[in-house]
Unconditional design. Structure first.
Length: 250
């Protein structure tokens, strides 16, 4: 039975991915900073409280994985926060640092410690959750955009370094995904732009070829594919799951 670890997997996209992997027969272990959500995980999904941006916590987590599972087949580096929404002239430095710490440092730490488990086995899959913001940018979201571009660069480097050891790495780039998180993003962007939340949401949908937002299940389906043997020659790719976004400024 294959083993998957998902950071920030107790809510949102992470939880939907966890349920999809469990449904596909994987052993699933998720982390989250929210102890209450970890304690409420569905049966069959193991959870640990862990801040993905802190190396001592990640070291302890992967030590537990090595002890209890003896290895790891799939990593989903999913931990992320939206960061501050503001024009660059008003961007708070502490908010910038926090956003990069969770989104980019967290991805690096997950890859670092997963590689130490996967290299001896000469196999493994790393899936990084970036964003379409990491492909072309988003106004008023400089920290998030910078972090998600960084995740793609990290992924490509990891794919090059670890490919000779039988390890694949790819990034999923969701667009706007239905759920509480995008609701908060839309509220903040509407305030920054002097628009109504409904107008911002409609602009997001109108800026895609399919004229709708994605669902978490769409992202989970891509993760399952990338983890599968059907994707055995897919590595180093940043794959958008967004209905083909072509207008990024609603």
């Amino acid at each position: 039975m294959k083993r998957v670890l998902i950071t920030a997997g107790a809510t949102g996209i992470g939880l939907v991915m966890a349920q999809a992997f469990a449904g596909a027969g994987y052993r699933v272990w998720v982390t989250d900073v929210d102890a209450g959500m970890v304690s409420a995980l569905p049966a069959g999904i193991r959870g640990s409280v862990c801040d993905a941006s802190q190396e001592p916590a990640m070291q302890a987590l992967f030590a537990d994985v090595a002890r209890d599972w003896g290895g790891l087949d799939v990593l989903c580096a999913n931990a992320g926060i939206k960061g501050p929404t503001a024009g660059i002239e008003d961007m708070p430095l502490d908010g910038w640092h926090q956003c990069l710490a969770v989104n980019l440092d967290g991805a690096m730490l997950a890859a670092k410690h997963a590689a130490r488990l996967m290299k001896p086995a000469k196999s493994g899959v790393m899936i990084f959750i970036s964003s379409t913001s990491g492909l072309y940018g988003t106004p008023f979201r400089a920290p998030y955009v910078a972090a998600k571009w960084g995740v793609i660069g990290l992924m490509k480097t990891v794919a090059m370094e670890l490919g000779p050891h039988g390890i694949r790495a790819n990034a999923i780039c969701p667009g706007s995904v239905n759920g509480p998180r995008i609701d908060r993003v839309i509220e903040a962007e509407a305030q920054a732009k002097g628009m109504t939340p409904d107008a911002v949401r409609q602009g997001y949908a109108a800026g895609t070829a399919l004229k709708r937002l994605s669902d978490p299940e769409d992202v989970a389906a891509m993760a399952l594919y990338l983890a599968s043997d059907g994707a055995r020659m897919v590595s180093g790719q940043a794959l958008a799951v967004d209905g083909m976004t072509y207008n990024v400024d609603p």
